[in-house]
Write a protein that binds this ligand. Structure first.
Ligand code: NAI
Length: 344
């Protein structure tokens, strides 16, 4: 079993090498991302392993299938970068549905505490022996209202984390959980009542720019937006306008609409040409991190273990149906995957 591993980083290789040791899996690491220009590198491989910023569009899918690749092993949960409808009947797509929802939920809270209590600024000040407190006034989280959009694995854990701070919780989800111990409201009400809004839903056609100009106008003046899910959930231009007009009080962004060309690489010696990102980073009330919410030892270990397991089991003819994406019919009553545990 030959695996072409794209967008490989040293912290990925360690865990994957450990999990593949002693198995039939042979891994070739490519530093480059998978896209239309690099897809030919996958010739002669049985499977490809991709991450959040690889581009698996129709052309890439067709080329992979033509070259005899059988499987796409996503080493992440989200699959918005893969045209899964195009994969139907051609390539099987497996993912890691959960590797550490705690990592992302805890990181969202870390970002909130940082921006609210200005610890990033305090750290820089004291390193230069500046012990002034001017400009560092924060606010208590206790008693504030936190709105959670998307109450799946990460959103639920984030809710639990929030409870420890004594905040009031509001939630919005297209498919509300039946056993939740917080209140669901419609999206406009969540926007109007929340002091902090944290996004934990996937990126779909419906959620693309769920936070746009209209949504921002409905928010409490000064509300904080936290996005640790996918960049395109937030319309960046609308966010910048909202921040300039002080309608948005602060933003914590672990993901960014156009992150694909920048995140995970070192541009410290270059002029970054993305004016929107540069504008955001220049604002004192914006915290940008480069899609690192998942990056814990536990998560990396689970990602490697589950991905290697997905590949081995697929080629041994005993795949885990739960980890294969549903190509056409997810969540519909007559879904074939629900009945037969597979789409094709
Ligand atoms: P999940 O599938 O357990 O939960 C997603 C929730 O969103 C579900 O409850 C679903 O019903 C809800 N949802 C779906 N469509 C919606 C809509 N139109 N409006 C409101 N809610 C909707 O997913 P999980 O594991 O909690 O992950 C959430 C997202 O976090 C992922 O889709 C991914 O984009 C992001 N993520 C980010 C990471 C990072 O490092 N920054 C790492 C892992 C995930």
């Amino acid at each position: 079993m030959k695996l072409a591993f794209f967008d490989a980083k040293p912290y990925d290789m360690e865990g994957f090498d450990r999990c593949a040791e002693g198995t039939e899996l042979e891994i070739k690491y490519f530093e480059t991302r998978l896209n239309e220009d690099t897809v030919s590198l996958a010739a002669g491989f049985d499977a490809v392993c991709v991450f959040v910023n690889d581009t698996v569009n129709k052309r890439v899918v067709d080329k992979l299938s033509e070259m005899g690749v059988k499987m796409i092993a996503l080493r992440c949960a989200g699959f918005n970068n893969v045209d899964v409808k195009e994969c139907y009947g051609k390539l099987h797509v497996y993912r890691v549905p959960a590797y550490s929802p705690y990592a992302v939920a805890e990181f969202a809270m870390a970002m909130i505490l940082t921006i609210v209590r200005r610890t990033h600024k305090a750290y820089n000040r004291t390193r230069e022996f500046n012990f002034s407190l001017s400009g560092l006034v924060g606010f208590d989280l206790h008693g504030k209202t936190v709105g959670i959009i998307g109450t799946g694995k990460i959103g639920r854990i984030f809710a639990d984390v929030c409870k420890g701070f004594g905040v009031k919780l509001l939630a919005y989800d297209k498919y509300p959980a039946k056993d939740a111990d917080f209140s669901y409201v419609e999206l406009p009400e969540l926007l109007q009542r929340s002091d902090i809004i944290s996004l934990h839903c996937p990126l779909t056609e419906e959620t693309d720019h769920i936070i746009d100009k209209k949504a921002i106008a409905q928010m409490k003046p000064g509300a904080i937006i936290v996005n640790t899910s996918r960049g395109a959930l937030v319309d960046t231009e609308a966010l910048i306008e909202g921040l300039k007009e002080k309608q948005v009080g602060a933003a914590c962004l672990d993901v960014y609409e156009e992150e694909g060309d920048l995140f995970y690489e070192d541009f410290s010696g270059h002029i970054v040409r993305d004016d929107k990102l540069v504008r955001l980073i220049s604002m004192p009330n914006v915290l940008v991190t480069s899609h690192q919410a998942y990056l814990t030892e536990e998560a990396l270990g689970n990602i490697a273990e589950t991905t290697v397991d997905n590949i081995l089991r697929f080629f041994q003819g005993e795949p885990d149906a739960e980890r294969e994406v549903c190509y056409r019919c997810e969540k519909q009553a007559d879904c074939r995957k629900k009945r037969q545990k597979k789409c094709f």
